[in-house]
Design a protein around this ligand. Structure first.
Ligand code: ARG
Length: 456
């Protein structure tokens, strides 16, 4: 059941067949393979290479195969090497001789390049939809938490107060960039390789632009050797997925920290948590951890394909078949993780009191206390030193800056007045920061407005 038996005198060794075959994983491109063939045949007929009767018979045959696969009437058969051989053999068994003309002016090399591009293109669109859903979830949380105060961290040490809206906004930016990356890749890859043949084009008067148009491509690729051996777009896609996973992973790390007994910033919904087989009290953030863990798998796929490609001479080499399992697995993993993450995020409960209480500790208002002095004429470096002393004093007494009395303030600097307490309240610390991009409500509302328009 081969496309290439002619020059062989022996059967393929069974292990060799299994090792060489890709149908177990490339069968998932059956629809792309069939649609690509239908477009190819339409073009062959337009060019007078096939007659209309042949075109109709082949097209009907291909559509019946598609239909039978989708309704479960036809199962993939691993006696065949790949999805391309399987579909062609099916066609010939269904319509006879006309089916043998399907592969005119085509090689599996440009065929697989086409199938993979069609498949990837669609998956980019699907992934983008999932990211849009995630962005909508983030925006909802932002709108509801424009005044929910929480500590912002650097080095995982409390730094300055921010809001939950602001913190979520950081992830909104990341996932927004992820969408842009996907779009860039889509635009760059959207050129049709069909008609490149095995590597050197074909001798038939193909109308490559017509096939490209039928399949919704922006145009045709301009070098047949590159067309059959270009896997850049897959590497770029793996790279974009790696970045998406990295973003999810950072978010998951925060969720794991926020969910810990020490923080209690959030409660993960029971439906998105798991228990322990021995410790009855446990409710674990397994989903967040697993998403963080699966990031390594997607990075691995990127490294793997880069390594596969690095030593390949032009043009097609069988090594390239290794692209599929990696890319398919990375797509499944990334899409699955975005979906699961979104569900977990939508059902998270934010413990606003814990967040606020945490922001009050750790001297997150120390910078604002120093700014208070600066606003009263003290040079910043001196102010920094004075507040440093105050912090030391507070640590010693185990109190916060807002728990000090005015007298205590005044023993360190006479500049302090009653309004210091207002100046270092959490609300003031956030509200004073209203340049675009900062957590203050006015700035936040402007950004939320921009995001709302962006998602429409
Ligand atoms: N299964 C092959 C792949 O994924 C299809 C192309 C086969 N071409 C060839 N010359 N052996 O790359």
């Amino acid at each position: 059941m081969k496309l290439w038996g002619g020059r062989f005198t022996k059967e393929t060794n069974k292990l060799v067949h299994n090792f060489n075959a890709s149908i177990s994983f490339d069968s998932r491109m059956y629809k792309e393979d069939i649609n690509g063939s239908i477009a190819h045949v339409a073009m062959l007929a337009k060019q007078g290479i096939l007659n209309d009767e042949e075109r109709i018979s082949i097209t009907e045959g291909l559509n019946s195969i598609l239909n039978d696969i989708e309704t479960g009437r036809l199962e993939f058969d691993d006696e065949y090497e790949d999805i391309h051989s399987f579909v062609e053999a099916q066609l010939i068994s269904r319509i006879g001789d006309a089916g043998k003309k399907l592969h005119t002016g085509r090689s599996r090399n440009d065929q697989v390049a086409l199938d993979m591009k069609l498949y990837t293109r669609n998956e980019i669109i699907e992934m983008d939809k999932l990211i849009v859903n995630l962005l909508n979830s983030l925006l909802k949380i932002m709108k509801e938490n424009i005044d929910t105060i929480m500590p912002g961290f650097t080095h995982l040490q409390k730094a300055q107060p921010v809001t939950l809206a602001h913190h979520m906004g950081a992830y909104f930016e990341m996932f927004k960039r992820d969408r842009e990356r996907l779009k860039d890749i889509y635009d760059r890859m959207n050129y049709c390789p069909l008609g490149s043949g095995a590597l050197a084009g074909t001798t038939y008067p193909l109308d490559r632009a017509y096939t490209a148009e039928l399949l919704g491509f922006e145009g045709v690729t301009l070098n047949s050797m590159d067309s059959v051996s270009d896997r850049d777009y897959l590497i770029e896609f793996l790279s974009a997925m790696s970045v998406i996973m990295m973003h999810l992973s950072r978010f998951c790390e925060e969720i794991t920290i926020w969910n810990s007994n020490e923080y209690r910033f959030i409660d993960i919904d029971d439906s998105y948590s798991t228990g322990s087989s021995i410790m009855p009290q446990k409710k674990n953030p397994d989903i967040a951890e697993l998403i963080r863990g699966k990031t390594g798998r997607v990075y691995g796929a990127l490294m793997s394909l880069l390594t596969t490609m690095k030593g390949l001479s032009l043009a097609y080499n069988k090594d390239m078949q290794e692209d599929k399992e990696l890319v398919f697995d990375a797509i499944d993993t990334t899409k699955g993780c975005i979906l699961l993450f979104n569900g977990m995020l939508d059902t998270l409960v934010f413990n606003k009191e814990s967040m606020r209480a945490s922001a009050e500790g750790g001297f997150t208002n120390a910078t604002d206390a120093a700014d208070y002095l600066v606003n009263h004429g003290v040079p910043f470096r001196d102010a920094h030193g004075i507040i440093g002393q105050l912090v030391l004093y507070c640590i010693d007494k185990n109190i916060s800056l807002s728990e000090m009395t005015l007298d205590e303030y005044k023993t360190i600097s006479p500049v302090f007045e009653e309004d210091i307490f207002d100046a270092i309240s959490m609300e003031t610390c956030v509200e004073k920061r209203n340049t675009i991009g900062a957590p203050g409500q006015k700035a936040m509302r402007e950004v939320i407005d921009i995001y709302e328009k962006y998602l429409k």
